[in-house]
Write a new protein. Structure first.
Length: 636
């Protein structure tokens, strides 16, 4: 049956519409709930901050969000009654096509990705009827933990993520937004906020089965309108599920192309259940507006040897899984003595999983990698995703070699006790190193021995005199296997040799003193002896030896006895020739007269010496000798 309506005067039509509105609450309150979502500028476009609230869908042309951030939402209520309580039921898609979309709700201010990025400001009052009004009250209430599903695994993951978000480490609250007009409690990521009303309760509608590919969940908020005619603004955020929580391929950015939703189901007055707003107030978020935050991890040595010239650090990126990232290496927080620098540019764009980056070592520094995708950047540090990571330190390994004694006299000893001391970062250590000793010299060849060359304190034994250079190499047993070496010089003085004795021949049964060129040195004893019937009359303090000869040639023997038990005694021999006594005749002379001429004297063998009264040279003068019998002598 067709209904035919007559033509009605325009004024009458208006009257009819007004009359109908009295009986239809959906029409009377059709504009009472303005549901909007924040849009902060398209991907790669200038950032809009504070975000702009609009009624409509958010895609990559309008918004840019990173996983782990929250899309800000608000409802402005324009016709609520003073002092009345209202219940709002809001739904959102937890899963879309098997992926996690929105995993829980948060406070409205969650657009701060990391400590080095600038947060984007959310002010839910901008563009509302409350903007610029003074004396408007506000209220906040803690959002419950998201344990609304029948899956304990899902509940645990979502709750842990929400709990971390509310900590200081989660940049909560975002006090680094100096231009925010709201208190820290209102911008707390764990609180929902309302203006010109008082929040009474917030609860998830629990017991949701999320085993299906696409699942929606709802939460209810109850508040009481303030005692005035002004609007009410309710604000919260929808947390974008992150691959850091849900794993690769399970997060919001993996929802290919299809949008996911946050929507207002109903708004009712609790006193009588009358409907204020109903159905189809939906805001959609397209996955092209959601970027997975780039991730990276760095591995490499945290300790370097002083001799290290080049070291490599390996960064594992998620580029092959989630799209290209640009990267920029840095060495930061350098010490005053640091000379660390990057080899090459240290920056570029990568689509591979790993990136090798080399840097020169220094005293101490930190390694940091900045990765960026779709306008969102992140940092990783050596062995950590959090600053500052592991500090790279240079290990100061210093080996010192000692010898006691460092000067050896072979008269006394042939050995010296060696010792290697290792200072490791200024502290003496006795473990963790291997040792290798070697002998260099004298004259470039080994002329001694070590009782053990792989211990820190071997005993060195010299075979001959000279200056010995001994070297020890200490090698660290564990990474980074630093090596250092040191040398020590041992001066080995020779053992005392045979002194020289000035010998000359001697007559039978005569005595003679023999000078000795040097006295015994410390730790050396002289022991003298003679052979073949000779005898020592006096040793003269070992410096002048007086000997009575026998009838034969003989040897003077000197034994040098050393305190050094490794040296054999030295026997020195000095031969002496003994001449037999000559047969001497003086001849016969006279008698002669007192006045006679001097007589020539001639003795055998020739060359002797005459003496006696009247003798002068080899003549005898009677007048000088005087009368009588005279005795004269010939000595040879």
């Amino acid at each position: 049956m067709k209904l035919h309506l007559p033509l009605i005067h325009l004024r009458s039509l208006v009257a009819i519409l007004i009359l109908l509105s009295v009986f239809n609450p959906l029409i009377i309150y059709g504009q009472a709930c303005q549901f909007q979502q924040g849009q902060n500028g398209g991907v790669g476009l200038p950032v809009v901050s504070p975000v702009q609230f609009e009624r409509g869908n958010a895609n990559g042309n309008k918004s840019h969000f990173a996983e782990g951030l929250s899309v800000p939402y608000r409802i402005e209520f324009t016709t609520l009654e003073a002092n009345q309580q209202y219940r709002i039921r809001i739904g959102f898609e937890v899963k879309k096509n098997g992926k996690v979309a929105f995993d829980y709700i948060t406070g409205f201010q969650n657009l701060h990705l990391n400590s080095l990025s600038s947060p984007e400001l959310v002010n839910p009052l901008v563009g509302t009827g409350l903007e610029g009004l003074s004396g408007i009250s506000n209220s906040f209430l803690a959002i419950p933990s998201p344990t609304y599903t029948t899956s304990s695994s899902f509940n645990n993951t979502a709750s842990a993520s929400f709990a971390h978000l509310k900590t200081t480490a989660g940049f909560n609250p975002e006090v680094s937004v100096p231009i925010s007009p709201h208190s820290s409690s209102l911008i707390d990521k764990g609180n929902m906020a309302v203006w010109n009303a008082t929040l009474n309760s917030i609860q998830y509608i629990g017991g949701v089965d999320i085993s299906q590919g696409t699942v929606a969940v709802a939460f209810e908020v109850v508040f009481t309108k303030a005692n005035n005619a002004n609007n009410v603004v309710l604000a919260w955020g929808g947390h974008i599920a992150s691959l850091l929580d849900w794993g690769q391929g399970n997060s919001a950015s993996a929802i290919s192309g299809s949008p996911y939703h946050m929507y207002v189901e109903t708004v009712v007055k609790t006193s009588n259940g009358s409907m204020i707003c109903n159905g189809n107030m939906d805001c959609q978020l397209s996955s092209d507006a959601v970027t997975p935050v780039p991730t990276c991890s760095i591995t490499g040595p945290a300790t370097l040897c002083a001799t290290t010239a080049l070291v490599n650090y390996l960064a594992v990126l998620d580029a092959s899984l989630n799209g290209d990232v640009s990267y920029n290496w840095g060495v930061i927080n350098l010490s005053s003595s640091s000379t660390a620098q990057i080899v090459g540019s240290g920056a570029g764009i990568s689509s591979i999983d790993t990136l090798l980056q080399a840097i020169l070592p220094s005293d101490s520094f930190l390694v940091r990698l900045r990765v960026q995708r779709g306008g969102f950047f992140n940092y990783c540090y050596l062995n950590s995703v959090d600053s500052p990571g592991t500090k790279v330190k240079k290990l100061n390994v210093e080996v010192q070699a000692q010898a006691a004694p460092s000067i050896i006299s072979l008269n006394s000893s042939s050995t010296s006790q060696l010792n290697a001391t290792i200072q490791y970062n200024g502290l003496i250590v006795t473990t963790g190193f291997n040792y290798q000793w070697s002998i260099l010299g004298p004259s470039g060849f080994a002329a001694g021995s070590l009782d053990n060359s792989i211990i820190p304190d071997p005993v060195f034994t010299a075979n001959m005199s000279g200056d010995y250079t001994l070297k020890v190499i200490a090698s660290q047993q564990a990474a980074p296997n630093c090596v250092d070496s040191a040398t020590v010089i041992i001066s080995v003085e020779p053992a005392q040799a045979c002194p020289s004795v000035i010998t000359q021949s001697i007559c039978n049964a005569a005595q003679l003193s023999f000078p000795v060129s040097s006295l015994p040195q410390p730790d050396v004893d002289y022991s003298w002896s003679v052979t073949n019937g000779a005898s020592i009359l006096n040793e003269g303090g070992d410096s002048l030896l007086t000997i009575l000869a026998g009838a034969q040639d003989f040897d003077i023997t000197l034994q040098l006895s050393y305190a050094n038990p490794l040296l054999n005694n030295l026997v020195c021999t000095y031969p002496v020739i003994v001449h037999p006594l000559p047969i001497v005749t003086a001849g016969s002379y006279g008698p002669t007269c007192l006045t006679a001429s001097p007589l020539s004297l001639s003795g055998l063998p020739a060359g002797g010496t005459w003496s006696g009264s009247g003798v002068s040279g080899s003549s005898f003068n009677p007048s000088v000798a005087g009368a009588g019998t005279k005795r004269i002598y010939y000595s040879y």
